[in-house]
Every structure is written in C-alpha cells, then in structure tokens.
Design a protein around this ligand. Structure first.
Ligand SMILES: [Fe+2]
Length: 163
C-alpha cells in the first residue's frame, strides 16, 4: 500500500496538487494540449507526506543503491479533459537505469489510462505502477469527463545490471 491511511493521505496530496494548479505553479507542457506539470526537489515547499510516499515507493521497489533521477525528478502531472501523453521514451544516463514509479492520485471518469509497451494498464486510484521508461515506450489515453488526472511521478536511477 502506497498510502498508509488510504483516502486520507490521498486527500492531503490531492488538496496540495489542486493548490499547486490554482496557484499557477504547474506549467503548461508544450508536448501536448491540456497537460500541466511541475518538478520538485528536496528543497521545495511540498508536504512531508510527499517525501514519505516517495520513500515508500522506493522501498516497494526493493533497491538500496539508487539516486534521484536528475532530469525529470519527482513531478506532478496534471491532465484535463482531452489531455493525453503521446508515446515516448525517456533517457537514462550511461551505466544507469531510469525507473519511474507513478501514483494515480486522481483518476478521471474516462481515459487517462497508462499504456506501456502498447499494453493498456489497469490502474485504480491510489495505485502505484512502475516501469523502465528508457526501455519501454509509454503513453496515456485521452482524459474524458471533468475529473482530472493527477499523477505523482517518482524517478530514480539504479545501476545498469547485466550490461
Ligand atoms: Fe515519460
């Protein structure tokens, strides 16, 4: 479980996410319409719960030798109706493997489903899903309805094993 007290912790992060949007701290993503995001690092004023959840996600992945992914970091992604993520991959630096751990903080009424390696993933609200974004092409389906898609995305680098 990524949220220890279920919907209570989700509500705290969701309220913070809404405040980030209404406070204009999320930037429009030029990669597509109806997409907004912000990146965060340790020095940024975010709720402690944000970092707690990040630690839980990293420990769920059972790695001890890791570092923060420096390019995309931790980010909050926001899609309104019609917003989607087009298929892409994200780089890893030499000798490292980029791992993305995403949490569905707010699931839209329709769409907003992750697609990884051309397979649609069934994710419920508060679910965590993980993948290697350098090795696996990924995207999401367009959001429909007025409920937004908020995703908390946590990035780490782990040693590239077996190369
Ligand atoms: Fe990506």
């Amino acid at each position: 479980m990524i949220f220890e007290s279920g919907s209570e912790e989700q509500s705290v992060l969701l309220q913070w996410a809404e405040d980030e949007f209404t406070g204009n701290r999320l930037k429009a993503n030029p990669a597509g319409p109806n997409r907004y995001f912000a990146r965060y690092e340790e020095s940024d004023p975010v709720p402690d719960l944000f970092w707690q959840v990040r630690r839980r996600a990293v420990s769920a992945f059972s790695v001890t030798d890791y570092e923060d992914e420096p390019r995309y970091k931790c980010f909050l992604g926001y899609n309104t109706e019609g917003g989607f993520i087009s298929e892409h991959i994200d780089p890893s630096p030499p000798g490292k493997r980029h791992v993305r751990m995403n949490i569905m903080l707010s699931k839209p009424h329709g769409g907003g489903r992750p697609v990884i390696d051309r397979r649609m993933i069934n994710v419920q609200e508060r679910d965590l899903w993980c993948f290697y974004p350098t090795l696996m092409r990924h995207s999401s389906t367009p959001v429909s309805g007025n409920r937004k898609r908020f995703v908390l995305s946590i990035g780490i680098l782990v040693p590239e094993i077996g190369s």
